[in-house]
Write a protein that binds this ligand. Structure first.
Ligand SMILES: [Zn+2]
Length: 297
């Protein structure tokens, strides 16, 4: 065999052996503010990243009123940097769209923007808030992503960005709202393995936890371990998130049994939950296992 031919065979071999399966999955998680996507799917994002898949956490607003003491461009820049540090710790990418916090509207312009973000990322999976949520920005992220769920495949909508030839699977992140219908945990991901990493990651969102964000106060800051006490702060954060993530595991118990089996499900402490949106691709259970390759492991 000539040296050139050998080189060609060696180069092509991994593709030939691994085929389509070797192609990394591409996931985009939308949140309204530069913390929501991290909270809702940070542990799952880290599992995807560890397995070599590509995740982007996209905040649809810049978070510029999400603090009790500061606002405007300075806060937007601070929160963009916090989100970037958080994503880096999770091993994923971060994007913060420059739309004012508290002012997101489900306009045609924003529908096009969200469509472009999903297309440019070439997403296989798209995650967003449901449209039943307490904050108008959360609700409109839900509406905008639902509005894009078909348009990403339509060639003459935003013709400047190539369409996705296969519609992604659209999922909702978990919430506790009951009307008009409660969140349904179709997919439960055990995030015990990446829980510490998630705490280290969201620790970067200092303006929100330790300063209290939009509803914070000097009294709140005084109750939290000081900035110099990193371990103390992480322990404070961990306690809150243990409660939150284990309550998700209880809420998603049935789904954990379905995806992990009874024995393994019993030992899951922390979970993140997702509901399948009825727009976009409707995945079979086998397809869900391909999109969430860590399910059952
Ligand atoms: Zn939010």
């Amino acid at each position: 065999m000539s040296r050139l031919l050998l080189a060609v065979v060696v180069l092509l071999l991994p593709t030939a052996v691994l085929g389509q399966e070797s192609k990394p999955l591409r996931i985009v998680v939308f949140g309204a503010h530069p913390d929501d996507a991290d909270y809702k799917a940070g542990g799952t994002a880290a599992l995807w990243a560890k397995a070599g898949h590509k995740v982007k956490l996209c905040s649809v607003t810049n978070g510029d009123i999400g603090h009790w003491q500061m606002a405007g461009g300075e806060l937007a820049q601070r929160r963009t940097a916090e989100a970037a540090a958080c994503a880096k710790t999770l091993g994923v990418e971060s994007q913060v769209l420059d739309i004012h916090d508290g002012e997101l509207l489900p306009t045609l312009e924003n529908r096009k923007l969200i469509t472009k973000v999903i297309r440019e990322w070439q997403a296989d999976v798209v995650i967003a808030h449901r449209r039943w949520d307490y904050h108008p920005d959360h609700r409109y992220v839900g509406v905008l992503v639902q509005d894009a769920a078909y348009m990403v495949t339509v060639p003459f909508f935003c013709p400047d960005v190539p369409i996705l030839t296969q519609n992604p699977v659209f999922l909702y992140s978990s919430d506790g709202f009951q009307k008009p219908y409660p969140f349904r945990p179709d997919i439960a991901v055990a995030v015990d393995e990446t829980f510490d990493q998630k705490i280290d990651a969201i620790h970067e969102l200092q303006s929100q936890h330790y300063e209290g964000g939009a509803n914070g106060s000097a009294e709140h800051v005084a109750k939290v371990p000081p900035a110099g006490d990193v371990q103390g702060r992480k322990a404070w954060l961990r306690q809150r998130w243990e409660a939150r993530q284990s309550s998700e595991a209880r809420k998603g118990k049935e789904a954990l049994v379905k995806w992990y089996g009874e024995d393994r499900a019993k030992n899951v402490k922390y979970a993140e939950l997702f509901e399948i949106c009825e727009y976009g691709k409707q995945p079979s259970d086998a397809e869900i296992r391909k999109l969430f390759p860590f399910l059952g492991k």
